[in-house]
Design a protein around this ligand. Structure first.
Ligand code: ACO
Length: 436
C-alpha cells in the first residue's frame, strides 16, 4: 500500500496529478507512474531503464551502493559458503531452501529429466564444427520448444513447474553437447549416479581412454565440482538484468518457455553482459605482461578509444561486486589444485590494483564485476574460453525460470510493451517515383 505520494504538475495545462510512492521490503521506493499518461498526457522517457522498475519481484535483492546481494533474503556470501547449486536453484525457483527430503526429490527429478530427445541430438549435425557454442545454445535450447509445445498448458501450475525443471535439467546436457560437437567427440549421456556439477564435468571431459588406461580422471575431483557449484551459485540470478528482462518480456506474450529462455541466452551473449567473461580472458591475453597494464588503463579512459576494461563496471554496483570478491578468494584454492599458478591471475590482480588506484575508476566508481575473475577458475578447470558464457547461461537458467514462474503466476501480468519518443519524419504524402 502506498502511503506517500508525489505531485506532478504540468505548468502548460495547469494540471496536477498525485502519483503513489510504493515501498518494497528493501531498497529504493518507486513512483507508480501509471496515471501519468491518462491524467497528464505524457509518457516517461528512460533509455536503458536506468530509473525504471519494470515489475515487482520477490526473488533477488541488490544494494549496489553497499555491495549487497540477497537471494530470497539470504546473503550471497552465506549461500556461497554453505550451500550447493541445486539447493540455491530450489531456493530461487520455489522460494525456500529445500529440506533434505525435498532436495533428494528435486535432485532425482533433475536427473530423470537430464536426457534430451535423440532427435534433438541430431540438430547438432546442422552446425559447423567451429560454430560458437553460444550460437548452438540459442538454437538448440529454442528447439526444445518443438518437443514441448502442443501439450503445454501454461495455466496449469504443474505444467509450468515441470517446464522449469526440464530446462534446468537439460542445460548441462545441451551445454556439454555443444562443446563435444565443436571438438568432434561423441556425446556423453548424463549419469544417474552423479550430481549436477559432477555430471556436467563428466559429460564435458569423460573419454574411454581415461577410464580404462588408468589415467587421472581429474574432473571427478570433488574440488572441481565444488568450484563449479560455487560459480553457478554466484551466476544463478541477478534480478532484472538484461537477459532476465528479455526472458520476462518474451514470456509476457505467452510464448513457449523454451523459446523464451533461448531469447535470454541470446541477450546474455553480448560482451556488455554475460559475454564479458570470455572478453576478459581475451583482454588479459592481449595485455600479456604487467608492464603493458598502464597502456590499457590509458586506453580504457580515452573517450576516443572504444576499448573498455572488460569485467569492470556495473549498472547497479557502485562498490565491489560481492560475487567478484568471493571468486577472487576461490581462485587461489582452485589454481593451487589444478594448475599450480596462472600468470593471467597475477596479471588480473595487478590490473585490478592499478585500476582501483586510478582517479578515473575511483571517480566513476568502477570495480571488478563477477566476470573479472570467473574465467580464471573456468580456465583452471579446462573449460575452453568460448564456453565461458555457456557456463553463465547454464547457471542463470535457475534465475530465468524462477522469474518466468513468478511472471506466470502474477495476476497483474500484462504484455510488455514500452512506448517511444518518435523522432522520425512527420506525416507526408506518397508521391510515385516517376513523378519525382
Ligand atoms: N572501462 C572504462 N570505462 C568504463 C567502464 C569500463 N569497463 N565501464 C564504464 N565506464 C565508464 C563509461 O565510459 C562512462 O563514462 P562517462 O560517464 O564519462 O560517459 C561511465 O563509466 C559510466 O558507464 P556507463 O557505460 O554509462 O554504465 P552502464 O551502467 O551503462 O554500463 C556496463 C555498465 C555495461 C557493465 C559497463 O560498465 C561496461 O561496459 N563494462 C565492461 C563490460 C562488462 O564487464 N560487462 C559485464 C557486466 S556484469 C554482467 O552482466 C554479468
Amino acid at each position: 500500500m502506498a502511503t506517500k505520494r508525489v505531485t506532478v504538475t504540468d505548468p502548460a495545462s495547469e494540471t496536477s496529478t498525485e502519483l503513489p510512492v510504493l515501498e518494497g521490503s528493501l531498497g529504493t521506493p518507486v513512483i507508480d507512474i501509471q496515471k501519468l499518461t491518462k491524467e497528464l498526457g505524457y509518457f516517461s522517457y528512460d533509455p536503458g531503464f536506468v530509473s525504471t522498475a519494470s515489475c515487482q519481484s520477490a526473488i533477488t535483492y541488490i544494494d549496489g551502493e553497499q555491495g549487497i546481494l540477497l537471494y530470497r533474503g539470504y546473503p550471497i556470501e552465506q549461500l556461497a559458503q554453505q550451500s550447493t547449486f541445486l539447493e540455491v536453484a530450489h531456493l530461487l525457483i520455489f522460494g525456500e531452501l529445500p529440506k533434505p527430503a525435498e532436495l533428494s526429490a528435486f535432485a532425482a527429478e533433475i536427473k530423470r529429466e537430464a536426457m534430451i530427445h535423440e532427435t534433438l541430438r541430431k540438430f547438432f549435425d546442422g552446425f559447423q564444427y567451429d560454430a560458437h557454442p553460444m550460437a548452438m545454445m540459442v538454437g538448440v535450447v529454442g528447439s526444445l520448444s518443438a518437443f514441448y509445445h502442443s501439450e503445454l498448458d501454461m495455466t496449469d501450475p504443474e505444467h509450468r513447474r515441470i517446464s522449469a525443471i526440464r530446462l534446468l535439467a537439460k542445460m548441462p546436457t545441451i551445454a556439454t553437447a555443444c562443446y563435444r560437437h565443436s571438438v568432434g567427440l561423441p556425446f556423453v549421456y548424463p549419469r544417474g549416479d552423479l550430481g549436477y556439477c559432477e555430471n556436467f564435468l563428466n559429460m564435458m571431459f569423460s573419454l574411454p581412454s581415461l577410464q580404462y588406461s588408468g589415467d587421472t580422471q581429474w574432473y571427478l575431483d570433488p574440488l572441481a565440482s565444488e568450484a563449479l557449484s560455487l560459480l553457478f551459485i554466484l551466476h544463478a540470478d541477478h534480478e532484472q538484468n538484461a537477459s532476465t528482462s528479455t526472458v520476462r518480456l518474451a514470456s509476457s506474450t505467452g510464448a513457449n518457455p523454451y523459446a523464451c529462455i533461448s531469447a535470454g541466452i541470446a541477450a546474455l551473449w553480448g560482451p556488455a553482459h554475460g559475454g564479458a567473461n570470455e572478453a576478459v580472458l581475451g583482454m588479459l591475453n592481449e595485455i600479456g605482461h604487467p608492464d603493458r597494464i598502464p597502456e590499457y588503463i590509458r586506453r580504457a579512459k580515452d573517450k576516443n578509444d572504444p576499448f573498455r576494461l572488460m569485467g569492470f563496471g556495473h549498472r547497479i554496483y557502485k562498490n565491489y561486486d560481492p560475487r567478484a570478491m568471493i571468486i577472487r578468494k576461490a581462485c587461489h584454492a582452485v589454481l593451487e589444485r589444478f594448475s599450480q599458478s596462472d600468470p593471467l591471475f597475477d596479471l588480473a590482480m595487478a590490473l585490478e590494483e592499478m585500476a582501483l588506484n586510478d582517479d578515473y575508476f575511483i571517480e566513476k566508481r568502477l570495480y571488478p564485476n563477477v566476470d573479472f575473475y570467473s574465467g580464471i577458475i573456468y580456465k583452471a578447470l579446462n573449460i575452453p574460453v568460448n564456453m565461458f558464457t555457456v557456463m553463465f547461461a547454464l547457471a542463470r537458467t535457475a534465475g530465468w525460470v524462477a522469474h518466468w514462474l513468478e511472471l506466470k503466476s502474477d495476476p497483474k501480468q500484462k504484455i510488455g510493451r514500452p512506448r517511444q519518443l518518435y523522432v522520425g519524419a512527420p506525416r507526408r504524402d506518397y508521391v510515385s517515383q516517376d513523378r519525382r
